[in-house]
Design a protein around this ligand. Structure first.
Ligand SMILES: [Zn+2]
Length: 220
């Protein structure tokens, strides 16, 4: 089975308006004939940018889990909670569905997303031909989860609202919450910088997979 990518067929697609144009080797940089934006066959420096964002996210994952995300002060004293101690608190106080949601949303999902993105970046960098369709599925999953990443923030907001309603306790966000938010945003940015087409660049079809030469293609 041969895969013919637009790159191999000598075509460039515009990231802004979607127009596909034949690549003209003598013209660099080439601009879109319709909207004028610069054309690239792949996101420029995709792997380097993905790495930078992933490393930053992985480093911030440490304070996100070690620093308190929630500061509770009531008449009985004050308490600082990290994500994990919050999960334990919900679990022991009988709110196990909340404990499960917080555990999945704030510990498991960010960890899985980071691991999947590292796997995709490493394999793309090594020009791996390993299971391109499954890797594409993984990428699609990460993209889809991205929309739900802020779920945890909603859970925290909800808890704060409930606790405030029920008692005299005052709950504020701790420094861990800023680190956690940054992890979520940096991971989302990393998955946006990763160009999934890189997965298919080294797959079967190779350099000779092209069926049409650039000069055979006409404008519009
Ligand atoms: Zn365009």
């Amino acid at each position: 089975m041969k895969y013919v990518t637009a790159k191999r067929a000598g075509l460039l697609s515009c990231h802004a308006c979607g127009r596909v144009e034949p690549r003209i080797r003598s013209v660099t940089p080439q601009h879109c004939g319709r909207c004028g934006s610069r054309l690239h066959s792949r996101n420029p420096d995709s792997l380097m940018r993905t790495w930078a964002l992933l490393i930053a996210a992985a480093l911030l994952y440490i304070p996100a889990n070690l620093l308190p995300v929630m500061h509770t002060s009531s008449l009985l004293g004050s308490e600082d909670d990290t994500i994990m101690s919050g999960v334990v608190y919900f679990w022991t106080s009988g709110d196990w569905p909340l404990a499960v949601i917080v555990f999945i949303a704030s510990i498991m999902v960010p960890m899985l997303k980071l691991s999947v993105l590292v796997l995709l970046t490493v394999t793309a960098q090594r020009h791996s031909r390993w299971r391109p369709d499954q890797r594409t599925t993984l990428y699609r999953m990460v993209e889809r989860i991205g929309r739900w990443s802020m779920l945890d923030v909603f859970v925290v907001t909800l808890t704060v609202a409930l606790v405030r309603f029920k008692s005299l306790a005052v709950i504020t966000a701790g420094p861990g919450a800023i680190a956690f938010g940054s992890v979520v945003i940096l991971t989302m940015m990393a998955s946006m910088q990763f160009d999934p087409r890189l997965i298919w660049d080294d797959v079967e079809g190779g350099v000779n997979g092209s069926t049409q030469k650039p000069q055979d293609l006409k404008h519009d």
